[in-house]
Design a protein around this ligand. Structure first.
Ligand code: GDP
Length: 283
């Protein structure tokens, strides 16, 4: 799915999220654990105003776990927000979500109890940019408890809720937000991680960015994966060496540069070079 964000789209997406906010207690903000800043809508806190928020660092299976741990502390310290590392594909970390939402709503639940009212389910909305894993997470949380209240006769179909255990209800359609594309670095990181499709950015440029990033932060992985005794300083040369080692050749034995770029990107995105994070918290 290729999404081009134009100002009109952005305004519409924001409006849709704002509408949904009226129905819920807690926002679950889904970010990519490999690039929590670039996979975020920078206006999120402004959009959700004062709603309590839980941050989920998804695709934690693909991210560098030490850096994910640093991000969790970062969110706690700098934004006073609880963050959890999850993997919506395997379900890792998912079980903690209802309890964390409840903790965020403790004040409201206590107030109801003080008034002698019965406890009610906490209502949550998942928000995030395209491809961050919103549908996967909803499916995971829904498990077999898919209870669409709208299916009952006489109930309007406007909003459907999914029951998660006994105390959480989730809106079945997530809020879609947009990343901050104006920043070239953001686009390159999103593309390097596979979060956006190759048609959007020149894949050669993305591969060069990736080679350079790996040279700086994960040189051993590059050397090991492609059997390079030494890493060239120049990113173009790194790609050439990868092409050479992997037999990406054109007629006459000339290195097929484009093929080597594709190979590097495919392997990084598939986790073949191990768990990689593209962003670290600034300390
Ligand atoms: P959405 O556009 O936000 O709804 O994203 P999807 O749920 O469709 O997920 C986008 C892609 O990411 C799919 O190929 C998923 O299988 C994959 N995905 C989602 N969550 C995870 C995860 O935690 N780990 C990994 N490795 N892949 C994931």
């Amino acid at each position: 799915m290729t999404i081009q964000w134009f100002p009109g789209h952005m305004a519409k997406a924001r409006r849709q999220v704002t509408e949904k906010l009226k129905l819920i207690d807690v926002v679950i903000e889904l970010l990519d654990a490999r690039l929590p800043v670039s996979s975020r809508n920078p206006m999120i806190n402004e959009i959700i105003e004062k709603k309590p928020k839980l941050v989920l660092l998804n695709k934690a299976d693909l991210a560098d776990s030490d850096i994910t741990a640093e991000w969790i502390s970062y969110f706690q310290e700098h934004e006073d927000t609880k963050a959890l590392a999850v993997d919506a594909q395997s379900g890792q970390g998912i079980k903690q979500i209802p309890g964390q939402c409840r903790a965020l709503m403790q004040h409201m639940l206590q107030k109801r109890a003080d008034k002698g009212m019965l406890p009610r389910s906490i209502r949550a909305l998942i928000v995030g940019i395209p491809n961050v894993g919103k549908s996967s997470l909803i499916n995971r949380l829904a498990n077999k408890n898919m209870a669409k209240t709208g299916d009952r006769p006489g109930v309007t179909k406007a909003q459907q809720w999914i029951k998660v255990g006994s105390e959480l209800e989730l809106l079945d359609t997530p809020g879609i937000l947009w990343p901050k594309f104006e920043d070239q670095q953001v686009g390159l990181k999103l593309a390097a991680s596979g979060a956006i499709k190759d048609e959007i950015l020149d894949f050669i440029e993305v591969a060069l960015y990736t080679a350079n990033y790996l040279k700086e932060y994960y040189p051993d992985r590059l050397q090991e994966r492609y059997g390079l005794d030494e890493l060239p300083e120049d990113k173009v040369e790194i790609i050439e060496r990868i092409g050479e080692k992997r037999g990406c050749l054109m007629r006459g034995g000339i290195i097929d540069y484009e093929k080597a770029c594709e190979l590097l990107l495919r392997e990084v995105r598939a986790g073949k070079l191990g768990q990689i994070s593209f962003e670290r918290p600034e300390v």
